[in-house]
Design a protein around this ligand. Structure first.
Ligand code: KIV
Length: 270
């Protein structure tokens, strides 16, 4: 079966349900539950490796997990994160690393940040790579951003996100992922650009949603060296497992909730 083209999905007008995935078992299960795009996120640094952030994730890690996901869901659209340090130094290095992820099974690669990254995105697109731009809260810049904080709250920062999204769209990226931005700003970005937006903590008006599978199952409780009691789940996380007591059904409920716009609710948005 050919992979469903992104264009068909967008043309259908349906909300896009994206979910992180790091292995073949969950890839197969998520594909069967109707997840449209599997994101091999560098969040694996936190949820699989137990670290405080995504910064230590390597290209080898991303290639390995992309291969695992592609093996489990050969017909699904797969997006893989370009890890910290794999695309910022030069456009040539970004292209070489993007090609390695594509060779491992990625259909789309995701890079964080606007500004200078617009030229990198354009370069990748010109060389045949489908790119998703990750704006708003960008986890690889957690230190610069002063922690896990909502972005785009001031007029100036909201304008910057809108400008970056527009520039990325003009550079040819196929999607913009918006993390932890006010719902009103995400709506404005979504109506201003011709490509889909995917939200996480960005309100219900994005073209689609993404969640980390561990958050959907309510099983993540902080980095390996911290006590679970010290962990507070982000506002945008929702445990779908407690509704169903069954992992496959929990993922199916998530997909349905994205499609029928009951997730995210106001309580999951900013
Ligand atoms: O790495 C990841 O899982 C992500 C999501 C948080 C969007 O980028």
């Amino acid at each position: 079966m050919p992979k469903p083209a992104l264009d068909q999905l967008i043309a259908s007008g349906e909300k896009i349900a994206m979910l992180t995935c790091y292995d073949a078992t969950f890839a197969k299960l998520s594909a069967a539950a109707g997840v449209d795009v599997l994101l091999v996120g560098d969040s694996l640094g936190m949820v699989l490796q137990g670290a405080e952030s995504t910064l230590q994730v390597t290209m080898q890690d991303m290639i390995y997990h992309t291969r695992c996901v592609a093996a489990g869901a050969p017909d699904s659209l797969i997006m893989s994160d370009m890890p910290f340090g794999s695309y910022e130094h030069s456009q040539q290095l970004a292209l070489e690393n993007a090609q390695l992820l594509v060779a491992a099974g990625a259909d789309i690669v995701k890079i964080e940040g606007g500004g200078d990254m617009v030229n990198t995105a354009r370069y990748l697109v010109e060389h045949g790579i489908a790119v998703c731009s990750h704006l708003g809260f960008t986890p690889q810049s957690v230190a610069q951003l002063g922690g896990y904080k909502i972005q785009g709250k001031t007029d100036a920062s909201a304008q910057q996100i809108l400008q970056d999204a527009t520039a990325m769209s003009n550079a040819g990226v196929c999607m913009v992922l918006l993390e932890m931005v006010p719902a009103a700003l995400a709506k404005q970005v979504t109506t201003s650009i011709a490509i889909p937006t995917i939200g996480i903590g960005a309100g219900v008006d994005c073209s689609g949603q993404v969640l980390v599978i561990q958050d959907l199952l309510g099983i993540y409780n902080g980095s390996a060296h911290k006590k679970p009691s010290e962990y507070k789940a982000p506002r945008f996380a929702k445990n779908f497992l407690c509704e169903t007591n069954n992992i496959q059904q929990a993922v199916t409920h998530y997909v349905q909730a994205v499609k029928n716009k009951t997730f995210p609710a106001a309580e999951h948005s900013y």
